[in-house]
Design a protein around this ligand. Structure first.
Ligand SMILES: Cc1cc2nc3c(=O)[nH]c(=O)nc-3n(C[C@H](O)[C@H](O)[C@H](O)COP(=O)(O)OP(=O)(O)OC[C@H]3O[C@@H](n4cnc5c(N)ncnc54)[C@H](O)[C@@H]3O)c2cc1C
Ligand code: SF4
Length: 475
């Protein structure tokens, strides 16, 4: 441990966010970094716990958090970077995007503020790029084995990098015109600017990974063809089938799934144009976002940047408690009240209202008819039940609705049908402990086998799949 009493005297600090009035004028990242000297102090708050719950329980990639906190306090940045990379291929992605379950499970967070783990992670990796310490690591010896990775989100990229470094010849096939999955066209630039992704792709290319874009596997080439021509296949196609709200008025112009809206803005930010009839814009509109999570929050931030007249975030749930309820103790991820950076930018959050119908005129949406719910919450704070409150129906005026109520599972399209893969009961691809599917030589990783989750989980599963493939090819 760097400083045994650090946590007693030093307050938690993160990089300041740009002021709301400034950041909503562009799509650039909103979080600044800590000044030199401040980060070392933050690292010194780590108590180097005997059982570091940040690492063992909280962090999906099992980052060796107390080790790099100690090294940063001692000023040993290069070693800290090496340890960070030993468990995570892309700390520059997670340092920006991760909701940091490590922090909510940090021992300090029991009665104090957690160590600023995500901030420290981000600044270690940024220093690594600045100093030129992050270089391609091509495999010294090639195995002659060929692996096809399908899908180029964080799971596919992590699998590809790990496999290339083991000496396999890796080709990543991607349906979109650019590489990155949700990191390219899903997540807004204000959470992660795309140069962060692009510099990693340069590293992967220099390590020998080949990228083939605009190839819809299962349509442009068959899964069986890949099985014949490659020694192993890793399927990392995400979980992109959205959940629908099948209520009257769903067909009205103005009711959209969240993703097409977000993808359009990300394409514009990348210099692309959207054909006029397909354009979805929030400019001057009253927007209602239904459903929470990252996707809902990203619709809010994007609508505000586009100049929406108003943004309402609609939840049917009860307002979460400020403190952890009894049923949700540390170190679990807390189900407490949170405000995302996009919500801070100016949305009206409406709780306990269920959407009944979309209302409109001449085929166009004009509002959302909702009913108030009465929730009863058990004493231990668990979820409880609800009933509809009589005579509480009202209409929230709306020109645009974004449905962000989650994703069902991966697409059960021609690729998976062709390969005859089995699914679990949620519709995700079934895998064993080595990440192999029910078809020998075919592996799966990320949202496709976990269901929609986080970037950090996708990276971890991509790494695990690479491990499974390597064993399969070499034993
Ligand atoms: C709007 C939004 C915001 C999010 N924000 C965050 C966040 O802030 N933090 C966080 O941790 N997580 C966030 N997530 C979740 C995170 O993005 C995902 O968990 C993660 O990207 C999953 O990675 P993946 O590699 O499994 O799949 P994806 O990133 O979904 O990539 C799958 C890729 O496969 C390609 N593909 C699909 N089918 C085929 C085919 N047949 N042939 C070729 N290619 C194919 C797709 O085009 C896509 O590029 C967010 C998700 C969304 C939707
Ligand atoms: S749980 Fe918190 S204090 Fe303990 S080792 Fe991890 S970061 Fe340090």
């Amino acid at each position: 441990m760097g400083n045994p009493t650090g946590f007693l005297g030093i307050k938690r600090k993160n990089g300041e966010k740009r002021h709301v009035n400034d950041r909503i004028r562009d799509y650039k990242e909103f979080e600044n970094t800590l000044l030199p000297g401040e980060l070392e102090k933050q690292a010194s708050r780590c108590m180097d716990c005997g059982i570091p719950t940040c690492h063992s329980y909280g962090c999906p990639v099992k980052n060796r958090i107390p080790d790099w906190n100690h090294l940063i306090y001692r000023g040993q940045w290069k070693r800290a970077l090496m340890i960070l990379h030993s468990t995570n291929n892309f700390p520059d992605f997670t340092g920006r995007l991760c909701p940091a379950p490590c922090e909510t499970s940090c021992t300090l967070s029991i009665n104090n503020e957690a160590v600023s783990i995500r901030q420290i992670e981000k600044q270690i990796v940024e220093k690594g790029w600045e100093e030129g310490w992050i270089q391609p690591q091509p495999a010294p010896v090639k195995t002659g084995k060929r692996v096809a990775v399908i899908g180029s989100g964080p799971a596919g990229l992590a699998a590809a990098q790990q496999l290339a470094r083991k000496g396999h010849d890796v080709v990543v096939f991607e349906r979109e015109d650019r590489i990155g999955g949700m990191l390219r066209y899903g997540i807004p630039d204000f959470k992660m600017e795309r140069w962060v992704l692009d510099r990693r792709l340069q590293q992967l290319k220099a390590e020998g990974v080949v990228f083939e874009t605009s190839v819809d596997v299962g349509v442009d080439i068959s899964g069986r063809y890949l099985l014949r021509t490659y020694d192993a296949v890793v399927i990392c196609i995400g979980a992109m089938v959205p959940k629908n709200l099948e209520i009257p008025g769903r067909e009205l112009q103005g009711v959209h799934y969240a993703m097409p809206f977000l993808i359009q803005q990300n394409r514009r930010n990348a210099g692309g144009t959207i054909p006029e009839p397909e354009v979805i814009t929030a400019k001057g509109k009253h927007v209602v976002v239904i459903g929470g999570g990252d996707t809902g929050s990203d619709c809010i931030g994007t609508s505000i940047r586009q100049g929406a007249a108003s943004v309402t975030h609609l939840y049917y749930q009860d307002i979460p408690p400020e403190e952890r309820p009894l049923c949700n103790p540390w170190p679990q991820r807390p189900k407490t009240f949170k405000t995302s950076s996009s919500q801070e930018e100016g949305c009206n959050r409406v709780w306990r209202y269920m959407t009944k119908t979309f209302v409109g005129e001449k085929g166009y949406l004009t509002g959302v008819k909702v009913v108030e719910l009465e929730w009863t919450r058990p004493a231990d704070g668990s979820r409880g039940t609800y009933t509809e409150k009589g005579n509480s129906e009202k209409i929230i005026p709306a020109d645009l609705v974004f449905l962000s109520i989650g994703f069902q599972h991966c697409e059960h399209g021609p690729l998976l049908m062709d390969l005859k893969l089995e699914f679990d009961k949620k519709g995700n691809i079934k895998t064993d402990t080595t990440m192999m599917t029910t078809v020998p030589g075919v592996f799966a990783a990320g949202d496709a086998e976990l269901g929609a989750t986080l970037v950090v989980d996708a990276i971890f599963r991509g790494r695990q799949a690479a491990e499974g493939v390597h064993k399969y090819l070499t034993t």
